[in-house]
Ligand binder design. Structure first.
Ligand code: SF4
Length: 482
């Protein structure tokens, strides 16, 4: 094979990259390249010094954040001869970025322990204002910038030496051993959910426990608690309602999410709002005690399709369909081929059409050209794995119906993969050494991996101090060999 020097294509590519790398901000590299340099630690690691002259040892650079906030989470660093500390790392081109980007006022950045920059701007103001250790990288690269740009261009995964301590033993497991391990962890997660439902059912009954969990699932991760609160007061605010629209109006009212003012720009929204207020203003006093303050809801980073107003509209339709629970019970009692599990449950939870919400993401958004479903398949999988299957299973166990329990378990392990998420993305790289989502075959394997993260990764740091999971993997391997 030709060396790179003989390869006209490689030569051309190198020159192009070298120019591109230096073009972003005068002499500074693009911030993305700086992040890649940090992630792959392409630095003279034994020489690193902060702007005020302290030596820094990077025991772990942290994990690239995929959900906003600081660029790297959970780094492990040692300043001078102090004890190692864990914290986040933010990367900016210049020190002034800390204030200019508003990180100093953003609570997501409160765990940042190191501000990595390209160079320290010699401004007395920024120097005195920065409460953090600042590490300028410009003089610590382990290769010329253009060479780094080329080398790191396609490196999106976690570098081999930053994988978890369990990654090597896990890769020695056969596919069936790995599946066995993930399924065992998934069972733990599933039973925990089911037990929590049982505890709730003992207090408030099976149906109420189901509704609370359905509402929680509609809250995604940011709005679980307001949704739980609404479900808890459901027996009160559903009283006397006769249609999905009436339930919707009351639900929007008690949630505190019914806008006080018309949009004056969207005719359809204003018509809907007037109708909803016509209904709600008569009820408002009666349900005053159930009304949530708007501040309990989180909207930051939500996709419009997941806005709580739209999710509440969906819940209103489920509540209006009086036979939802018997449909769920029936779904479990009939035989359904694995390939049709998702579609068959989707059919139960999908609603035909909502006059307003099928056409609007939010009150303020313009009417869509085509109607959009209120529930996608990805959400049905979340409902199945987190709510419906655990609820059916724990009820079957409480009723001593082992056959039904086995059938629910079978469905869990046959369920297709759920939507990918940031926990899975990192766990795949850290534990399984791959960014390929297809390595996990089915929702149960994803659940198992998330449980391992919860049981082990969340109790230690980025360098896996004192984690006993590698031992567990080793035991599984030895057991299989004996
Ligand atoms: S903390 Fe434990 S389970 Fe997590 S990556 Fe490290 S060794 Fe693996």
């Amino acid at each position: 094979m030709n060396s790179r020097a003989d390869n006209f294509y490689a030569d051309w590519r190198e020159r192009r990259r070298a120019v591109a790398a230096l073009r972003d901000d005068g002499s500074a590299p693009p911030e993305k390249l700086l992040q890649a340099v940090w992630q792959h630690q392409r630095l003279q690691r034994d020489k690193l010094k902060t702007a005020d002259g302290q030596s820094v040892r990077v025991l772990h650079p942290g994990f690239a954040s995929v959900e906003g906030g600081p660029d790297f989470r959970g780094a492990v660093l040692q300043f001078a001869n102090e004890k190692p500390i864990s914290g986040d790392v933010e990367i900016d081109l210049q020190t002034s970025g800390w204030h200019a980007h508003g990180h100093d006022k953003n609570s997501n950045f409160k765990n940042v322990v190191l501000h990595v920059v390209w160079e320290e701007v010699q401004s007395p103001k920024s120097k005195t204002q920065s409460p953090l250790a600042v590490l300028p990288l410009k003089n610590f690269l382990d290769a010329p910038l253009a060479e780094l740009a080329l080398a790191l261009e396609n490196e999106s995964g976690l570098p081999e030496n930053l994988r978890g301590k369990c990654s090597a033993p896990l890769r020695e497991l056969s596919e069936s051993q790995l599946a066995e391990l993930l399924h065992a962890a998934a069972k733990v997660r599933f039973q925990n959910k089911a037990d929590a439902m049982l505890a709730r059912a003992k207090n408030s009954g099976w149906e109420q426990a189901l509704w609370e969990n359905l509402f929680r699932a509609l809250g995604y991760k940011n709005n679980i608690w307001p949704m739980q609160n609404l479900a808890e007061t459901k027996p009160r605010w559903t009283r006397g309602t006769n249609s999905a629209f009436e339930i919707q109006a009351r639900l929007l009212g008690v949630s505190g999410l019914l806008p006080d003012e018309l949009t004056r720009a969207q005719k359809n929204s204003d018509t809907f709002l007037r109708r909803a207020w016509d209904f709600w203003w008569r009820d408002r006093d009666e349900f005053e005690v159930c009304i949530l303050p708007r501040e309990v809801w989180k909207f930051h980073g939500l996709r419009p399709a997941n806005h709580p107003q739209r999710r509440l509209a969906l819940a209103a339709h489920w509540l209006a369909a009086e036979n939802l629970i018997s449909k769920i019970e029936n779904w479990c009692a009939v035989e359904i081929p694995d390939k049709k599990l998702l579609a068959s449950l989707h059919e139960i939870f999908q609603i035909e059409r909502d006059d307003f919400w099928s056409w609007h993401w939010t009150f303020k958004s313009a009417r869509m050209i085509k109607p959009q479903p209120l529930l996608g398949e990805a959400r049905v999988t979340d409902l199945a794995v987190n709510v419906i299957l655990p609820w059916l299973w724990i009820r079957a166990r409480a009723g001593g119906n082992e056959e039904l329990q086995r059938e629910v378990e079978r469905r869990l392990f046959a369920w297709p993969v759920a939507e990918d998420n940031s926990v899975l993305k990192l766990a795949r790289q850290r534990l399984l050494g791959t960014s390929n989502a297809r390595v996990l075959k089915g929702a149960a394997q994803q659940q198992g991996l998330m449980q391992i993260v919860r049981d082990f990764c969340e109790h230690t740091n980025a360098v896996c101090d004192d984690c006993r999971f590698p031992e567990l993997v080793q035991c599984l391997k030895s057991k299989a060999q004996s």
